[in-house]
Design a protein around this ligand. Structure first.
Ligand SMILES: [Zn+2]
Length: 254
């Protein structure tokens, strides 16, 4: 479902997000009827607003480098900014990637300052007070920032790892190693989420990381193959002093 556009970027919500919203509402209702419902859904919406700001951090930095961002998709496991291209210059990928978690730490620091310097008239001990709500949001932003920095490609930390590896080896090889390390972390994380936390949403997130890492590695591999193909076509055309033919590049077999 499309919501609205921010500087040309379409903000969209996946249908399954409403399941999460319904789940939070039901949890709140069981805890404390209407006030509980309002608190839980309000918290979830505030949390996902921070997710959007995180994605906007990536997006605006990418746009500074002239990369188009089509949309930001919100899912129960988080957000995703869909960029036209991911720059191959490690320094640019590093900056675009770091901008996301940086937003979370800035939000956390700002809210923490507000907590320190703004006096609240209502009861600070209550679950429904602004200090309790704000503290929760500070904690969530710190968690979001740190969690995203886990070197689990294609999450932010994994992209940082790929960018660092790419300064020392070929881009495809760097992607392979980042994706492989990401998969190991995804498997360990999923096991931890199952046996220690019984958190199924987290299990789903790690399964997604495993799958998305493989998909992105394959897309980089396909792109390398296509680039090599066009280079060869151009070299042949140049050698024969003929315009290049428009034959299709080879398709990567699965
Ligand atoms: Zn991010």
């Amino acid at each position: 479902m499309n919501l609205f556009r921010i500087r040309g970027i379409q903000l969209a919500v996946h249908a399954s997000f409403f399941l999460l919203l319904a789940f939070a509402a039901q949890e709140g209702w069981q805890e404390d009827r209407w006030p509980g419902l309002a608190l839980e859904t309000g918290m979830l919406i505030a949390f996902f607003t921070c997710v959007v700001l995180h994605e906007l951090g990536h997006s605006f930095t990418a746009m500074r480098f002239g990369i188009g961002v089509r949309r930001i998709l919100l899912m129960p496991i988080g957000g995703m900014a869909e960029m036209d291209d991911i720059p191959r210059q490690p320094s640019r990928e590093l900056l675009i990637t770091l901008a996301g978690p940086a937003v979370n730490f800035v939000i956390a620091a700002t809210l923490w300052l507000v907590l320190c310097y703004v006096s609240y008239p209502d009861d600070a001990d209550s679950n429904y007070s602004w200090p309790a709500f704000t503290t929760e949001l500070v904690i969530w932003n710190i968690r979001m920032g740190i969690f995203n920095l886990l070197p689990a490609f294609p999450m932010d930390g994994g992209r940082i790892l790929r960018a660092l590896l790419a300064t020392r080896m070929r881009y495809l090889r760097a992607t392979f190693w980042a994706a492989t390390i990401g998969k190991v972390i995804a498997v360990l994380g999923a096991l931890f989420a199952i046996f220690m936390l019984s958190n199924w949403l987290l299990v789903l997130l790690f399964a997604f990381i495993f799958y998305a890492g493989e998909m992105e590695y394959r897309s980089v591999q396909r792109r390398e193959l296509e680039d090599a193909h066009w280079r060869a076509v151009l070299a042949r055309a140049y050698a024969a002093s003929m315009p290049p033919s428009a034959e299709e590049p080879p398709v990567l077999s699965r």
